[in-house]
Structures are given as structure tokens and as C-alpha cells.
Design a protein around this ligand. Structure first.
Ligand SMILES: NC(=O)c1ccc[n+]([C@@H]2O[C@H](COP(=O)([O-])OP(=O)(O)OC[C@H]3O[C@@H](n4cnc5c(N)ncnc54)[C@H](OP(=O)(O)O)[C@@H]3O)[C@@H](O)[C@H]2O)c1
Length: 227
């Protein structure tokens, strides 16, 4: 794998992914909103930046051309089907055989077998309520985006992040198929390591057609499971 595209490169997760991808020697194309290009200044001269909305099909078509892998930050912002538009454009335009890695949270379920902590159910309820009230958030659109990914015959992986925190890397997170599995109980991952998992997934064929729910490898539940 030589060339990859990062869609949503200017966000917190995106910037960490750019760093990890450069460390691994990939040629990187990053897509971000025009007004956010400056957030990628520290990578100037080392990556190609394509400004534009991530649900703009022409932008995505241009950005993913010739890429062996695409890392997509799926965000539930707004009322314009931003998440669905982004995912659909990647599914349509990524070269056949490219590895496609999408980010989301534990709230996405692939098979309905996840068992959620009460706190997460409450968070989702509040998110929906705020979304309905303000129009800033559309969780159902992110759910629909992931449903389309799951149904596609591309080489996809959907990485489901736990609660996130900042801090130094602790190493590659551990994962499990279902929220509720004991190894995930700590429900916390460093954002830098979420990004590491996304980038490492590009070369991990065991993750093809999986929706790993991740947790930090140094958390109590991960360590207890390792023991
Ligand atoms: N935050 C959490 O606690 C959490 C927990 C689990 C999973 N996740 C998942 O992690 C991923 C990254 O989330 P994050 O919270 O860490 O955020 P983030 O990395 O900072 O990413 C936010 C992204 O959304 C874009 N964005 C912000 N406002 C927007 C708008 N109005 N319209 C379009 N795009 C907009 C940002 O672009 P600009 O740079 O242009 O602003 C950026 O690319 C997501 O897939 C999320 O579902 C997050």
C-alpha cells in the first residue's frame, strides 16, 4: 500500500491519522473543509490537501483516485445528510480493491447484539434531543451511513470508538465484536490511539468486514482480559 486518502483530515482524529500515516511512509491526500486547511499547516509540503466538503462527490472522486486505502471520519453534523453523502461518495469512487476504513462510535451496531451501558444510551438520547432541537447533529444519518457501508461489497472496516481522551499514545487499542464484552468495560481510548487503530487497519486483512469496538490497551478492562 502506497497512497492513501484521509477524509476529514483537519479534525482531531484526522490530524493524528495524518501523522501516523506519514510515519508509515504513505503518500497522503487529505480532504477537509476550505476554512480548515490551515489546521494542516504542520504537514505543509508533506501531504496533498484537497479543500472541500467531504460529501461533495466531485471532491471525493478526485481525492480517492489512485488510492490503495481511504480513511474516512464519519461525523453526524448538520441536517444535510453529511455522513451518508460522505460514505456513499467513498463507496462509489474509491478504486476497486482499496481498503476502506470508517470511524464512528460504539452507538453504531452492526448486528444488534451490542449491550450498551446505561450512560451511553443516555448520551445517545441527549444527542438525538439536541439534534432535533438545534439541527446540529443527526445521529440517524451516521447510522444510515454505516448501514450502507455494511451492505457494500467493498473491503470495508468500521472502527467503533469508545469515549475518547487526549494524551500520549499507549499503543494499539484492543477490540471486540460487541459492546458489552468484558474487555471493553473501561470505555476509554486515547484519541491518538483510535487514529493508530484506523491506520493499522489498512494493512490488517483480519479486520475486513468487521466493525471492531475498541478500547485503550492499558485500560483496566483490557489489562484484566490480557491477564
Ligand atoms: N468525540 C467522541 O467522544 C467520540 C467518541 C467515539 C467515537 N467518535 C468518533 O470519532 C470520530 C472523530 O470524532 P471527534 O469527536 O474526535 O472529532 P474530530 O476528530 O475533531 O472530527 C470532527 C470532524 O468533523 C468536521 N466538522 C466539524 N463541524 C462540521 C460541520 N458543521 N460540517 C461538516 N463537518 C464538520 C471537522 O472538520 P473541520 O476540521 O473542518 O472542522 C472534522 O473533520 C467520529 O467518527 C466520531 O463518531 C468520537
Amino acid at each position: 500500500m502506497k497512497k492513501i486518502c484521509i477524509i476529514g483530515a483537519s479534525g482531531k482524529l484526522g490530524q493524528y491519522m495524518v501523522g501516523h500515516a506519514l510515519d508509515r511512509g504513505y503518500a497522503v491526500v487529505g480532504v477537509c473543509r476550505e476554512r480548515s486547511v490551515g489546521k494542516l499547516d504542520e504537514f505543509k509540503g508533506r501531504i496533498t490537501v484537497i479543500p472541500g466538503a467531504t460529501n461533495d462527490r466531485q471532491v471525493i472522486e478526485k481525492a480517492v483516485a489512485g488510492c490503495d486505502g481511504v480513511l474516512t471520519v464519519l461525523v453526524p453534523w448538520g441536517r444535510q445528510h453529511y455522513s451518508t453523502g460522505t460514505a456513499q461518495a467513498v463507496l462509489n469512487y474509491a478504486p476497486p480493491g482499496a481498503r476502506l476504513i470508517f470511524s464512528c462510535g460504539w452507538h453504531i451496531t452492526r448486528d444488534g447484539k451490542d449491550v450498551y451501558p446505561r450512560s451511553l444510551k443516555a448520551q445517545e438520547k441527549i444527542g438525538r434531543w439536541i439534534g432535533r432541537l438545534t439541527g446540529f447533529v443527526d445521529i440517524d444519518d451516521q447510522i444510515e451511513a454505516c448501514r450502507r457501508v455494511f451492505a457494500s461489497d467493498t473491503l470495508w472496516t468500521v472502527v467503533r470508538g469508545s469515549d475518547l481522551e487526549e494524551g500520549e499514545s499507549q499503543g494499539l487499542p484492543v477490540w471486540s465484536r460487541h459492546v458489552g464484552d468484558p474487555i471493553l468495560e473501561s470505555n476509554i481510548t486515547r484519541r491518538v490511539d483510535f487514529a493508530l487503530f484506523m491506520v493499522a487497519a489498512l494493512e490488517n486483512d483480519e479486520l475486513i468486514h468487521e466493525a471492531p469496538a475498541i478500547v485503550g490497551c492499558q485500560t483496566p478492562s483490557a489489562l484484566a482480559h490480557a491477564a
